[in-house]
Design a protein around this ligand. Structure first.
Ligand SMILES: [Zn+2]
Length: 246
């Protein structure tokens, strides 16, 4: 698929089947890790846990115990351990495939394969999904919105509006976006929004999709300073929906 066509599809998906979440009285911050490289759980998660916070880890089980540009990935035992430590396990397809590279049925089968692999490990079925590579097409968005409560993308937040079927999220990438994420945290104090912060590896020489421990510490410090609540994606979603109903 050409880059231009793929970008056009992604743009079209932004306006397909939107499920706009209600306005908030106070911002909520959610941290998520995608794929997931082991350095995120050995270096990143303990820093969140020290503050009493929990994260959402969007796992692609097919990457378990493999090594790629993000470093070594977690194994099945790590997934169980994360769940037992109170972190949320989200779906990210089994094979970490792009929605642009396979047909819809194959993509959905791969999503289900991940769910079933997690269930075999004793993990509840995921209620939340993150699009691998942020690739989204209108048919994919429509199909997945029937299976999950929220679908997270990689588009940076530009306003307070959140579409549950394509959640905007601020990247924590040391090479280009930590300052932007810090700015989003500051803005969230005055403009209530559900702010998603996500990254991949957390280590001293991160990939271009990850961040250093120092940068991750800077983000945590800014969140502490903001005084805003930190919740897993599912806890935040339930809080937002309950507030609407009350
Ligand atoms: Zn991914």
């Amino acid at each position: 698929m050409s880059v231009i066509f793929s970008k056009t599809l992604r743009f079209a998906a932004r306006y397909t089947d939107r499920a706009i979440l209600p306005d908030l009285q106070e911002s909520i911050i959610s941290f998520s890790f995608d794929d997931c490289p082991k350095s995120a759980i050995t270096n990143g998660l303990p820093m969140l846990e020290a503050e009493g916070w929990r994260a959402t880890v969007f796992v692609a089980c097919g990457l378990c115990d493999t090594t790629n540009h993000l470093g070594l990935h977690i194994g099945e035992r790590d997934i169980i351990d994360l769940h037992n430590r109170g972190h949320e396990i989200g779906d990210h397809t089994f094979s970490h495939i792009s929605g642009n590279s396979v047909n819809l049925d194959d993509f959905l089968n791969d999503v289900e394969r991940n769910q079933q692999t997690l269930e075999k490990l004793g993990i509840p079925r995921s209620r939340h999904f993150a699009y691998p590579f942020g690739h989204v097409t209108p048919p994919l968005k429509t199909a997945l919105s029937k299976k999950f409560k929220t679908l997270r993308g990689v588009i940076s937040p530009q306003d307070q509006i959140q579409d549950a079927s394509l959640l905007k999220a601020a990247r924590l990438y040391s090479n280009d976006s930590v300052e932007l994420a810090l700015d989003e945290i500051t803005k969230a104090k005055d403009s209530p929004k559900w702010l998603h912060l996500f990254t991949h590896d957390v280590r001293d020489n991160p990939s271009k999709f990850g961040c250093t421990r120092d940068d991750f510490a800077k983000i945590i410090k800014a969140v502490i300073k903001s005084g805003l609540p930190v919740m897993t994606v599912d806890k935040a979603y339930r809080t937002i929906m309950e507030a609407r109903e009350s």
